[in-house]
Design a protein around this ligand. Structure first.
Ligand code: TXA
Ligand code: MG
Length: 323
């Protein structure tokens, strides 16, 4: 029984405490969960995903009080945690000396990435396990993230998956780095940058571009990521009969296989549908078929950046490192 409903939640909690992997829903994407205090359980996550071990994992906890036991919160970090948690925001903070999370979770860094998800099933699971849970997206490294239980089952047929329905946000959490006086924007995601800046009352710094700082602050910023199996291109070129086309809002396209990412032209709808639509197109395209994404209008709302970021990475050449 790889896929179970929330009434089986206590089985999932027991498995996690026993050091096994369980996939579970969050409001952003499904996570591949493991007990963050057990190095062996974390090692299984890297192995199953085939993930480079220098790319650290996010620890999930039920509330701010639990997060404070693991990391040290600057004023800005606390301000963001208190306002936006639970929700699609991850904060990278210095790790406490007494933090029980195994060093493998942070891939040797002195920092820790913390998130309090809002999905009620994730909340219930975290409370039942009562330990921090590492959870990268539940997909093989480099491929599309899962936004419903069925996507996870297709990737990992033997894995126990707790089914919590479709993810409402649909793209990963936004990541903000709070390691120094500076507060950094590390990954565009389900919470808009503008909302975070408005709450802080100051602009976020862009992620560092120097290699050394990047390794410390933003080790996961690899070019090719979130990629479907078929080639994806951001282009207005005409489609061949094998191709599929993705349009947005009022755009139309004469191709037979034309899909609208957001008929209402909303960035929130586009984010929530993105992975499910790419999974669907991946399944139906013939070999050699490409996914042509029409030019995305620039003026939509705060999640526009996250959608465009995922599309650009999915379109990055295959030779780049993947995560
Ligand atoms: O929405 C999400 O964040 C999902 C759900 C399951 O919570 N998780 C997720 O995890 O997207 P993953 O592993 O796909 O992405 C985690 C990102 C990576 O880019 C990683 O480099 C970054 O978080 N990260 C983790 N720990 C870090 C740290 N100590 N410093 C800087 N970046 C860190
Ligand atoms: Mg991922």
């Amino acid at each position: 029984m790889p896929r179970v409903q929330p009434d089986q939640l206590s089985i999932c909690a027991d498995r996690l405490r026993a050091g096994e992997l369980v996939a579970f829903p969050t409001e952003t994407v499904y996570g591949l969960g493991a007990d963050a205090t057990q190095a062996e359980a974390i090692a299984k996550v890297y192995a199953v995903k085939n993930r480079p071990s220098f790319n650290p994992l996010i620890c999930h906890v039920a509330d701010f009080a639990a997060a404070e036991k693991l990391g040290v919160f600057s004023d800005n970090a606390q301000k963001l945690a208190e306002h936006f948690w639970p929700g699609p925001l991850t904060l990278v903070v210095p790790k406490r000396t007494a933090c029980p999370v195994a060093p493998l979770a942070s891939a040797g860094l002195e920092s820790i990435a913390l998130r309090v998800p809002a999905h009620p099933v994730a909340q219930a699971l975290l409370r039942a396990v009562d330990r921090p849970i590492v959870a990268p997206s539940a997909n093989p490294s480099g491929t599309l993230s899962p936004s419903r239980a069925e996507h996870v089952v297709n990737y990992f047929p033997d894995l126990l998956v707790l089914d919590g329905g479709d993810c409402s946000v649909g793209v990963e959490s936004s990541i903000v780095g709070c390691l120094t006086e500076q507060t950094y924007w590390l990954r565009a995601g389900g919470l808009a940058k503008s909302q975070i800046e408005a709450h802080l009352g100051s602009p976020l710094h862009d992620a560092p571009t120097e290699k050394e700082d990047q390794a410390r602050l933003a080790p996961g910023r690899l070019a090719r990521h979130y990629a479907p199996q078929h080639q994806l291109l951001l282009t207005n070129d005409p489609a061949t009969p094998k191709d599929a086309v993705i349009v947005f809002g009022t755009q139309t396209d004469p191709a037979d296989r034309s899909f609208n990412l957001s008929p209402s032209g909303s960035d929130v709808e586009a984010a929530s549908r993105l992975y499910a639509l790419l999974h669907e197109i991946d399944q139906l395209l013939p070999e050699g078929g490409r996914i042509l994404v029409r030019r995305f209008p620039p003026q939509t709302g705060g999640l526009h950046e996250a959608v465009l970021d995922r599309l650009n990475r999915a379109a990055a050449p295959n030779t780049a490192e993947t995560s």
